[in-house]
Design a protein around this ligand. Structure first.
Ligand SMILES: [Zn+2]
Length: 501
């Protein structure tokens, strides 16, 4: 027995050495031949290009034939289009769309959660998303995402909330609230209504201390929340001007981007005056400036200031559309859902338990019928679309961010919502080339990743898409993905669909 094991071990060793000598050249080279390259730095698509990829990076893009190592994988790109992989710069990888908050203890849901965790990164890839920026989720959730065998490259932001403010304001039990997001900033201006919890050290909850703590983890940005309530509500605490200035100064000092949740005109004014780097949402709450059509002067002036100050703008049109879809009767019958949602989760959505958030939203709207509720959200959505079109017309470089999932709605799904976000940008009147840049070079530049991503060029990470239609000509290109190339490995799109168990 022992002898046999030794022999087996030696065979393995020999085989390992052999494959180590042969494998790198064989496995790590990919050539895409005679392909049309569509990339943001090019004035026009370049025909009949040969692209050599080695060890996960692009080596060359050239009309000349490529001499690759023998055994390199070759893909015939004739009639196909090679683009950079998409980046979605606003995702939350820890949240299962439609799940109740704080469900960890529920054993019935944990198997569904596991299935979702396995499929989620593949669903992003299925829609061509090869990089994501994770805003606000636990490091455990990020780790669970990255441990999956096929996943987009993941980058992170840290989140600094104000004590008792959004998004922890929803959590009634204060002990749970502080445990859920321990990195809160104490706001002395709110001390009367929101005193520092007993036992907390004020020195550890200053803007400098919190940002300093978040900066020690691997983050590119700090997200803050300028939100005093949804709809007519406005009683959640927000940062004072002075605190916001200290947050701004500390993020600059540490070389971190400052990204702000704000989607109402009064809240976005605070963000723009504080000179944040990125607005994590579009402007769909116009408050007293609401009109049936066009963009009123106050809103227009605000949008022009965003453009003048070069503040990044994520329209996140799917946030409100994902609420409208709660009330749309065919949402769960959409054939795309079967591709990105595990069957057990899809089945659960149709159960009474799976409809909890829809019922809660309906109650909040006075128990109105589905069509009325859907219409209400579509109207709100139209404001965001008009603001997006206005900025696009100014030539503002928009950022593709889906905010999946923005709320516990089954109307938001990984990957599919990145695509639907682009589709809504198109429906808003944003030209296809601007949408293309939003999902590629604009996101890469904004988040300091353009050395590695955003174009099809020598030296960049080989996260690419092989499409059967030109995305500068048709939105259909983004659902006509032949292969997703992830760090140099070509993956057939259909293999990324949710398994039908
Ligand atoms: Zn978000």
């Amino acid at each position: 027995m022992k002898g046999n094991q030794q022999v087996a071990g030696m065979i393995c060793l020999a085989f390992g050495l052999l494959s180590a000598m042969v494998a790198p050249a064989r496995a790590a080279e990919l050539v895409i031949e005679q392909v049309t390259v569509v990339s943001p730095q090019l004035a026009a698509p370049q025909l009949k290009q040969n692209v050599l990829i080695r060890d996960g990076r692009i080596v060359s893009v050239s009309p000349k034939p490529v001499s690759a190592a023998t055994g390199a994988t070759r893909i015939d790109g004739k009639g196909k289009f090679l683009t950079p992989g998409l980046m979605d710069s606003h995702v939350h990888v820890g949240e299962v769309p439609g799940f109740p908050l704080l469900t960890d203890a529920d054993p019935a849901l944990s198997a569904i959660r596991d299935a979702y965790t396995r499929q989620q990164p593949r669903s992003y890839l299925y829609y061509g998303v090869t990089q994501v920026l994770n805003l606000l989720s636990s490091s455990e959730a990020a780790a669970a995402f990255e441990v999956q065998p096929q996943h987009p490259d993941l980058y992170r932001c840290g989140a600094a909330v104000v004590l008792d403010g959004y998004p922890t304001a929803f959590i009634e039990d204060k002990a749970v609230r502080y445990k859920a997001m321990p990195d809160y900033i104490y706001e002395p201006a709110n001390a009367a209504k929101h005193p520092l919890p007993a036992g907390a050290d004020p020195a550890q909850h200053t803007p400098e201390a919190i940002i300093g703590k978040l900066a020690t983890s691997d983050v590119r940005c700090i997200k803050i929340f300028i939100e005093d309530g949804f709809g007519p509500a406005s009683d959640w605490p927000i940062m004072s001007k002075e605190t916001l200035q200290r947050v701004r100064a500390e993020t600059r000092k540490r070389g971190l981007l400052l990204i702000a949740h704000a989607n109402a005109i009064d809240m976005q004014r605070i963000a723009v005056e504080a000179q944040v780097d990125v607005l994590a949402h579009g402007l769909w709450n116009w408050n007293e400036y609401s009109t049936d059509q066009g963009v009123p002067p106050v809103i227009a002036a605000h949008l022009r200031e965003i453009h003048a100050k070069k503040i990044g703008y994520q329209p996140t049109l799917r946030v409100i559309a994902g609420l409208a879809d709660l009330f749309r009767e065919d949402t769960l019958k959409d054939p795309a859902y079967a591709k990105v949602v595990p069957p057990a989760l899809l089945a659960w959505y149709s159960t009474p338990a799976g409809q909890w958030f829809k019922e809660e939203m309906r109650k909040g709207m006075g128990g109105v019928p589905d069509l009325k509720a859907m219409h209400t959200y579509m109207v709100i959505s139209s404001y965001g679309m008009r603001a997006t079109k206005y900025l696009s017309d100014l030539g503002h470089p928009l950022l593709l961010g889906s905010d999946t999932p923005s709320a516990p709605t089954f109307g938001a799904q990984p990957g599919y919502d990145t695509y639907r976000e682009m589709r809504m940008m198109a429906q808003s009147g944003v030209p296809l080339p601007a949408i293309f840049r939003a999902g590629t070079i604009n996101n890469a530049r904004q988040f300091g990743l353009d050395k590695d991503y955003g174009t099809v060029e020598a030296g960049k990470v080989a996260n690419l898409l092989l499409l059967t239609a030109n995305p500068l000509e048709t939105m259909r290109a983004w659902t006509s993905i032949d292969r997703v190339i992830l760090r140099g490995s070509a993956i057939k799109r259909e293999s990324l669909a949710a398994p039908r168990e």
